[in-house]
Design a binder for this molecule. Structure first.
Ligand code: MN
Length: 215
């Protein structure tokens, strides 16, 4: 049996210190998971349950070489494009109802990524009770840097995450400011969907070094 069309290529993210690629299956993003960002967006940062939205795997833009910045086109249909710097967690395995104390066993590694947002479309969707997809999951909406294996760097639970734009710091936080920790979020998400190898989860808005140029 053959496919009627050529199947789309698997999206691969470079792994730091390796020639190999991490194959991306799905991208889950956690809404509003930094306390300051929750306040900025007009919400109480108390621990309401996390909520999720998705982006297609082919929204990824690889930003792995600071000397050769990737270019991201200004997207269509928006006058209010936002960047949100994120810690990205790359899953090497998954399952359902993963206990919090086992969650990190399923993590391959970590990257920095940008959750690009057409804020005007997202706000319009919120106002109308409609899905966020076109505000969040558009083409090139997920720039990402190299994935650093947990086997080399461990599982960071604190440390600066920062985004600079043209040399000026625009977003800065610390991983310890996450409202829900990485293991808690993996555990909760695995109660909603069966997580699997290749899944990426982004833990909203704070940073590191993703180099890309908006054109
Ligand atoms: Mn975000």
């Amino acid at each position: 049996m053959a496919y009627v069309l050529t199947p789309p290529a698997t999206v691969g993210v470079p792994v730091h210190g390796s020639k190999d690629l991490f194959p991306v299956r799905r991208i889950f993003c956690v809404g509003r998971n930094y306390a300051a960002h929750a306040r900025e967006m007009g919400h109480d940062p108390d621990r309401e349950p996390p909520f999720f939205f998705t982006k297609p795997a082919d929204a990824i833009v690889i930003c792995a070489d600071p000397k050769n910045p990737a270019k991201v086109a200004y997207p269509s249909a928006t006058k209010n494009l936002h960047h949100e710097m994120e810690l990205v967690v790359a899953m090497k395995s998954g399952g359902t109802d993963i206990p919090i104390d086992k969650a990190l066993d399923h993590v391959f590694g970590y990257a920095c990524g940008l959750d690009m947002t057409r804020r005007d479309l997202q706000n319009q969707a919120k106002d109308m009770g409609r899905p966020w997809d076109m505000g969040k999951g558009f083409d090139q909406s997920a720039p990402i840097g190299e994935i650093y294996p947990a086997s080399s760097i461990g599982h960071p639970a604190k440390g600066a995450i920062q985004l600079d734009v043209n040399g000026k710091t625009r977003q800065k936080s610390d991983l310890n400011a996450l409202i829900w920790s990485v293991p808690e979020t993996i555990s909760y998400l695995s109660g909603l969907v069966a997580l699997a190898a290749g899944d990426l989860a982004g833990f909203v808005d704070g940073c590191g070094t993703v180099t890309c140029t908006l054109v």
